[in-house]
Design a protein around this ligand. Structure first.
Ligand code: AMP
Length: 121
């Protein structure tokens, strides 16, 4: 599968579609999910063109990989849901068809702001 430059997150990265931005640096963009599933529902995406986590793991540079992981932590801190607040959150990435991935640009969901239910329902 090749990366689709017209996916919605690619358009957000190019500024063609607006987003409710939370954080941005050289490696990631974070914004609120348009259809929140929990009180806090944020997305963190790499700036590079990667379809999913497997694509990212095999092609991204070490800087991009650490930048994404650090970006998730920075966003959790900004949203005051990180473990050091005593609150915590859940992060997940859907991968390909069985994972239920809808947007073919790697993204991590961050859910928080309330007690989360079972991991899989
Ligand atoms: P996934 O099923 O893991 O691919 O999740 C895609 C997520 O992207 C869903 O939770 C959508 O609500 C969210 N989404 C789709 N379009 C937008 C958008 N324009 N801005 C913010 N979130 C979006």
């Amino acid at each position: 599968m090749t990366y689709d430059d017209n996916n919605i997150f690619a358009k957000i990265l190019r500024g063609e579609i607006p987003c409710e931005k939370i954080y941005e640096d050289d490696y990631v963009l974070s914004f609120y999910d348009i259809n929140p599933q929990k009180k806090i529902h944020a997305l963190v995406i790499p700036k590079g063109s990667y379809i999913d986590l497997d694509d990212f793991a095999s092609k991204a540079s070490e800087q991009e990989i650490s930048g994404l992981i650090k970006g998730i932590n920075i966003v959790a801190k900004k949203l005051k849901i990180s473990s050091d607040t005593g609150k915590g959150y859940r992060t997940l990435a859907n991968i390909s068809e069985n994972g239920g991935q809808e947007v073919p640009h790697l993204h991590f969901h961050l859910f928080g702001g309330e007690k989360l239910g079972k991991m899989i329902v």
